[in-house]
Design a binder for this molecule. Structure first.
Ligand code: SF4
Length: 237
């Protein structure tokens, strides 16, 4: 039986705007559906079932064909994002892409571990801090690290809006001292409109950078969301 993947959108090439792969040209495959409901989620169109009319169920082969069309068959990086892409079975897609020379990076909050994580080239675990209003099951995050094993380049990314989020990130850093940790200045509030508040984003970035520097937190890396600085909250870039 063909396993279908629930897709919200496939677009690119663009650049990866976040985390360890920041700046790399990539094709984005955004799966639909998420087991979380973060208050500041910026991809609600891929999360809320009221948007399901715009989602498509595609076979791994169909997703791969679209990746090849967008990349003009030039093997490159593919970013698997969501929603929570761990809700889908992406093993066949990863296998198909690898056969053709593509590499796969994925970001997930770490709430669901899957054996196929070990086939990824890079895995970013982005547990959600208190400002999201979600609870982190750290055991699940640890399970994700364990199933990923040694092949994917692992990293942690924590979005930071306030001091509580910062303390949460410090806890994550202590729990996973061997995994590179990226701190990303948050820029979305559910009550805001969809336009990015660039001065607000830069203010928070400066606040975060100064806090990390004054704490001499030498293992943390502070990043903005590059694509937000370049394109605001536009979809499909
Ligand atoms: S985990 Fe990500 S996609 Fe899911 S609700 Fe939170 S921010 Fe949105």
């Amino acid at each position: 039986m063909i396993k279908l993947i629930q897709i919200s959108e496939i677009f690119g090439p663009t650049i990866q705007g976040e985390g360890a792969q920041i700046g790399h040209p990539t094709i984005f495959v955004r799966t639909a559906g998420c087991d979380y409901r973060c208050v500041w989620c910026d991809t609600k169109y891929a999360v809320e079932t009221e948007n399901a009319k715009s989602w498509h169920k595609l076979s791994a082969q169909d997703v791969m064909s679209e990746i090849e069309r967008l990349s003009q068959s030039t093997p490159m990086s593919v970013t698997l994002s969501g929603g929570n892409p761990a809700m889908q079975d992406l093993e066949e897609l990863i296998d198909l892409g690898h056969e053709k020379g593509y590499s796969f990076s994925m970001e997930t909050q770490g709430s669901l571990s899957r054996n196929w994580f070990a086939k990824l080239d890079a895995l970013t675990l982005s547990p959600k801090p208190p400002s999201s209003k979600m609870e982190t099951n750290w055991q699940e995050v640890m399970d994700c690290v364990e199933v990923a094993g040694t092949h994917p380049q692992l990293s942690l990314k924590v979005v930071i809006f306030d001091d509580q989020d910062y303390e949460y990130a410090q806890f994550a850093g202590k729990l996973f001292p061997d995994i590179p940790l990226f701190l990303q200045a948050g820029n979305h509030r559910v009550e805001s409109d969809q336009k990015a508040d660039i001065p607000g984003v830069l203010d928070r970035l400066r606040w975060l950078a100064e806090k990390v520097a004054s704490d001499r937190w030498k293992t943390a890396r502070v990043l903005p969301q590059l694509h937000v600085l370049a394109w605001g909250n536009e979809r499909g870039v």
